[in-house]
Design a protein around this ligand. Sequence first.
Ligand code: GLN
Ligand code: ZN
Length: 767
Amino acid sequence: MTVTIATLGFPRIGPRRELKFALERYWSGKSSEADLLESAAGLRTAAWARQRALGTDWLPSNDFSLYDHVLDTSMMLGAIPERYASADGDATLATYFAMARGSTGDGAADCGHAHTRGGGETALEMTKWFDTNYHYMVPELVAGQRLALGSAKIVEDYREAKAQGFETRPVLLGPVTWLSLVKGRDVDPFDFLDQVVGLYGAVLSQLSAAGAEWVQIDEPCLVLDLSYRQRHAIAQAYARLSRYGVKLMLTTYFGGLEDNLPFALTLPVAGLHVDLVRAPEQLGAVLAEAPKSLLLSLGVIDGRNIWRADLPALLDLLEPIAATRDLILAPSCSLLHTPIDLALETGLDPEVAQWLAFAVQKIEELGILKRALNDGRDSVAKPLAASARAAANRRTSRLIHDAAVAARIAAVTPDLLQRRSAHAPRRAEQQARLALPLFPTTTIGSFPQTAEVRQARSQHGKGLLDDAAYDAFLREETERAIRWQEDVGLDMLVHGEFERNDMVQYFGEQLAGFAFTRQGWVQSYGSRCVRPPILYGDVSRPKPMTVDWWRFAQELTIRPVKGMLTGPVTILNWSFVRDDQPRSASCRQIALAIRDEVADLEAAGAKAIQIDEAALREGLPLRRKDWQHYLDWAVECFRLSAAGVADATQIHTHMCYSEFNDILTSIGAMDADVISIETARSQMELLAGFASYRYPADIGPGVYDIHAPRVPGIDEMVDLMRLARTHLDADQLWVNPDCGLKTRNWAEVRPAIEAMVAAARQLRAEA
Ligand code: GLN
Ligand code: ZN
């Protein structure tokens, strides 16, 4: 029996973010379309050559994308909303980027949900790809729309590879997952099933004619709770798609097939890929039920995280299987979600570095497993021993295991999760102490990160600006922001977050247990890449992180300045986290560190402290049945971070999304005193949910959509707050924007916040 290896997809951005820079040069008019396409082709060739050199048997093609693979699929199907269609009906690169970025592309905030952008035609909506931090462009369909074969990219990429001597297995996003991601405007996307499957059939026959033997067809929707309609669509689609002369490797990832497994095994496909990192427990059932004629691809190397595998332990599992059937070994999912090459990291502590594997190292690991299974462990004795040593070191390393943290976690008792009093008495004390007017005004925390702010930070990072000069610069910015907030008449101020690069990184850099990479970029969307912190060890807080900046700001004004923190769940969800303990355990440690910071802010005199949980909702598991468990520990961690304060200290939280109805009980259980949320775009509809739930605390429903450069008028904001009033009591309401202002510029922020304050005054006068 033979074992081969596949990668399912390789990161697109290039080892030094070459794609980002090529795109940005093109968008700014500094390079031509031909230049961009040439850079892209160079990246593809380099990726194929590299994967082959690493021993990959099943090279992917069409995993590359200039922006997003879901958008590519929409282009393939000709699913181009009318507003982007060109006069001659041709879908050009301009059409593609208009859908991706709007026709005058404008930056977006990093809240991780749909963004609208201003000027010209807005971009398609963007949202997170399953439970990753990668964003895809949401396809749209309207009633009566005609689909037609559009971009032939998948066939061209296959041919391009072949011409260079690379035989590939093209990657195609499956029809049912694509349809499941579509936003239907007055239409059920599944009404298009027939048309869509017909077009997929045409693509498959073109691939077959070009010489492709296999196609990797990704249907991650198979790890979700499927509706009857989805199941039926899958059965219908695959009955048809099996007839085009190419073998299909049905690829599932991000979870287990669970109840969908028997159904998946009835589909007429030639192979099945399963994710054994997220769902190792499905292996037994897969082996027992999959017919021998089905080629199995086992996702045994973590495609979603950066840890090196324990190869000898994996071999114990794989050897008996490989003795009875041919196998493909692969990462759990495409390597898109990992940084490219650990060898580029020269600044990491070598002890930490030896525990890690990025995309290149993961393929090496697959190669070692392959050789061990095909030629015996002795053929790779050395790398196996190294893998075992690293795993053993990680189990006991003093860098990871901190007895003081363990003792503190063991000593957490339920009373630490509990504020001293119930909400009502707290509220009375806070109101007496803060003496705010009705409809108090505030902002979410950050002010514009202007070019000067970013330049100063980058110069400081490069050593071109010394600590003292950088500090002086930040003080000036902060002082100016405080003065401006006083002048404009805001009631509760913020220091502006000028010193922060990113709301998670800023804290990670100051906490023990986190490491940072130099080149560990992962695509977030299009040209935008992030370097997630690596949470490798027990977390503690060596010293206060935000108190100095808060104090500096508060000493400038008699108005209250909010302490500003990122919450434990958000820090966890936006990092690469440990796989040697449950996520909840890591989160609890972060929560204790934040709790210390909250205590120090309170001791320094902060009357209000905001703990942002921007990513709480997006951490929800893919399957409904797993939601409650997650919500329970997430809420517990928030409470652990927040509940140590006196009744008179007001705890704020902020969440930048608007879907709350299905998690309202948990939002209530967080027991914050004030929550600010996104509502400007949904006409306050979601407040009905808060009202019927009888949410007791204060709410700041965002009246100003910070994702668009548009400056809202006073009347508009008054109208929104009047709508809010129909759901909630006047003395429950705050007036604020719907997220931080860091992606906007001062020319937009000044008039918008002035209008917001004027709106609040008008509301007070009416009350
Ligand atoms: N306090 C952060 C800010 O204002 C919150 C950002 C967010 O929720 N994404 O930028
Ligand atoms: Zn936000």
